[in-house]
Design a protein around this ligand. Structure first.
Ligand SMILES: Cc1ncc(COP(=O)(O)O)c(C=O)c1O
Length: 218
């Protein structure tokens, strides 16, 4: 059996809408940032019931930027062992050591016990991946365990647009969540990406890193 890797479909209505909006950008000469990105951020925040949504260049950048803001250099970040390479790359680029946590084969995510086996005195946080959009039912226990151990929780939601745990959107359980809008993802935008930081500090600091300080009060 031959399985096609991906077959991305745009309806005629979608095509007409996209080309009209792209034309507006070309006519205005604003090819990045601006109204469209702001509308995207606002709509994604509303959709996920998040306080903020922030567009970045790619899903990997949501992880790396958050890690830099959290000052993880020379610390340890626990990453689910079934993650995509980018999940570990974010903390590595920010200077952290990555400590892989095994997963529970029935949830595709680490259980609290797996995290217990991975934590050390240098651990500062946990990056979970909602692999294939599946949110582990143990998420509330994992969140509680992180709180008890003074660790932050970051959710890699590259596959999890619209994924829920008891009516709450993936990406809103921890400190922040990073989404990818790469061409093969659940929702694509070419390459624009969104992070859902739960803390205002992250939003303000990200603005100063993300667009070279040009949107520091944005
Ligand atoms: C689990 C996971 N995390 C992060 C990423 C990185 O996303 P991006 O390609 O937008 O940088 C991907 C991309 O495939 C992914 O699958």
């Amino acid at each position: 059996m031959k399985i096609e890797p991906v077959n991305i479909f745009f309806s005629e209505d979608d095509e007409a809408f996209i080309t009209t909006e792209i034309k507006k950008c070309l006519q205005r000469g604003q090819l990045s940032n601006g109204d469209h990105v702001e509308a995207f951020e606002n709509e994604f925040a509303t959709y996920t019931h998040s306080r903020y949504a922030i567009a970045m260049s790619c899903g990997t950048a949501t992880i790396e930027n958050t890690m830099r803001l959290l000052k993880v250099a020379n610390k340890e970040v626990i990453v689910a062992a079934n993650a995509f390479f980018s999940t570990a790359l974010g903390p590595l680029l920010a200077g952290a050591k990555v400590c892989l946590a095994d997963i529970n084969p029935t949830t595709f995510a680490p259980s609290v016990e797996d995290l217990e086996n991975a934590i050390t005195e240098n651990s500062v946080g946990v990056i979970l991946v909602h692999m294939g959009g599946i949110v582990t039912p143990e998420l509330p226990q994992i969140r509680r365990w992180c709180d008890e151990h003074n660790l932050w929780l970051f959710e890699d939601c590259a596959h999890a647009h619209g994924s829920l745990h008891e009516h709450q959107h993936a990406g809103t359980f921890g400190l922040a969540g990073g989404f990818s809008f790469f061409a093969t993802k659940v929702i694509t935008s070419g390459k624009e990406v969104c992070s859902l930081p739960m803390m205002k500090m992250l939003r303000q600091r990200r603005d100063s890193i993300g667009i070279s300080g040009s949107r520091i009060n944005g």
